[in-house]
Design a protein around this ligand. Structure first.
Ligand code: AMP
Length: 420
């Protein structure tokens, strides 16, 4: 071990487990790539004000968890704690919304940073696959995103997850509700910090996990009773579309989520095998965000799915992904001349698209065959001086153990034929 370790709250992805992460990222994004979403990549850091305004000063993410810093040039930046604000910023900057082609549908995959108290499923560096559909108000778009996330989890083999669904209202009805809720909360017996929260972000108090708070919330006004007709109709349509698609969900009036920008549809995917960090993904509609960061009105909806927690959910359900061996052919030379010839053949095989690896380091037959086994290769190509004198190499089938002499010039075609 070296004197250095991964920073607190982080971990390294290393083979063979890292292959599962890649496969999960691939699976989470596959339904998006199949549904008209284009890939977007934004920087790992942004102007700190983008998150302060976009995600919200009153959120834990901005007030407590952000890695904010000042550069030598005096710029105030922050490592991105989430993806939506950056993606919207990029879409506005590139005028994607002006092409007359709304909604702008984008997907992304990357690292996010939050200075959280680390525990299982909660890290300071984590990974998300996300999707945003910008510029259109249409309940079918909200439904599409929920259906695509559901498809992604199912394709991975997950079953023990649930979809929680709520509507947070819009700029007409939410303020009325907010005031009613504040009136109720101000009369409760709450600690200093929670009192402050009542004033800046009262909906979050509903989300408080402590039983002494939850006990007092019985009888609190519920947003459902304050939704305006337009929000109600919108929400009913989202629900009807999900039901028609055969996607089961649970209405959860207490689902408010930790970000300020959500309006109307909000949802979370929770997994029942994960303990306290049960949210594997979440998202919702954010009709006001564009204006909050200085853009035009652009009603939008999106989600982010946590890659780390999806991997934990797979473990919790005992699902192992069927990840094919990355190496198809492993070449083992016996002697100097064979080394030169086989190394050339390896390059040819690779050029022909056959995943091939080579026994480097001039090791003996036994050690090299062990590596061949470990690589998962279907065939091993072995050659010594005698084989080469006859113009041959030996191709060994690692499953059946059968071995066959193949002329050097025929090797690529023979291997391709066997693998086809
Ligand atoms: P959020 O932006 O908080 O809604 O996060 C979306 C998803 O990202 C969550 O449902 C989690 O799966 C994942 N996630 C958020 N924060 C963390 C974290 N600190 N560690 C691991 N995964 C996280």
């Amino acid at each position: 071990m070296s004197t250095f370790q991964a920073p607190k709250g982080t971990y390294d992805l290393i083979p063979p487990d890292s292959a599962t992460y890649l496969a999960v990222r691939e699976a989470l994004s596959a339904p998006l790539r199949n549904s008209g979403y284009g890939y977007i990549e934004t920087p790992g850091f942004e102007d700190v004000a983008l998150f302060a305004r976009g995600v919200g000063e009153s959120t834990d993410i901005v007030s407590k968890e952000m890695y904010a810093f000042e550069t030598k040039g005096g710029d105030k930046l922050a490592l991105r704690p989430e993806g939506t604000a950056s993606v919207l910023r990029a879409a506005l900057e590139a005028n994607l919304h002006k092409g007359g082609n709304l909604p702008v549908k984008l997907w992304y995959s990357g690292s996010y940073y939050r200075y959280e108290r680390p525990q299982k499923g909660r890290y300071r560096h984590f990974s998300q696959v996300g999707a945003e559909a910008v510029g259109t108000e249409d309940p079918a778009l909200d439904a599409e995103l929920i259906i695509l996330a559901d498809q992604a989890y199912r394709a991975l083999g997950l079953r023990r997850f649930r979809i929680l669904l709520n509507s947070l209202g819009d700029k007409e009805c939410r303020p009325v509700y907010r005031e009613a809720l504040q009136g109720f909360l101000r009369d409760l017996d709450l600690d200093e910090e929670t009192r402050r929260r009542v004033e800046i972000n009262p909906l979050r108090v509903l989300d408080d996990k402590r039983s002494e708070v939850q006990k007092q919330l019985t009888g609190a006004p519920m947003l459902r009773d304050y939704l305006c007709d337009a929000c109600k109709a919108y929400h009913d349509e989202v629900r009807a579309l999900l039901t028609a698609a055969g996607v089961a969900y649970e209405d959860d009036e207490k689902l408010v989520r930790g970000l300020d920008y959500y309006t109307r549809t909000t949802f979370e995917f929770v997994h029942d095998g994960l303990g306290s960090q049960s949210a594997v993904g979440g998202g919702g509609r954010y009709d006001g965000l564009s204006e909050m960061i200085g853009g035009p009105a652009l009603p939008s909806v999106g989600w982010a799915l946590g890659v780390d927690r999806t991997v934990l959910a797979l473990e919790a359900e005992g699902v192992t992904l069927d990840i094919p061996a990355t190496t198809s052919v492993y070449a083992v030379p016996l002697g100097e001349e064979a080394r030169r010839v086989l190394f050339g053949l390896v390059t040819e095989l690779r050029k022909a698209g056959v995943a091939t690896d080579f026994a480097f380091g001039g090791r003996g037959l036994k050690g090299a065959m062990k590596s061949a086994n470990r690589s998962g290769a279907r065939y091993t190509v072995v050659a010594g001086e005698r084989d080469l004198a006859e113009g041959n190499v030996q191709v060994k089938d690692m499953e059946s153990g059968e071995q066959q002499a193949v002329a050097v010039g025929d090797l690529v075609a023979v291997v391709q034929g066997k693998l086809a």
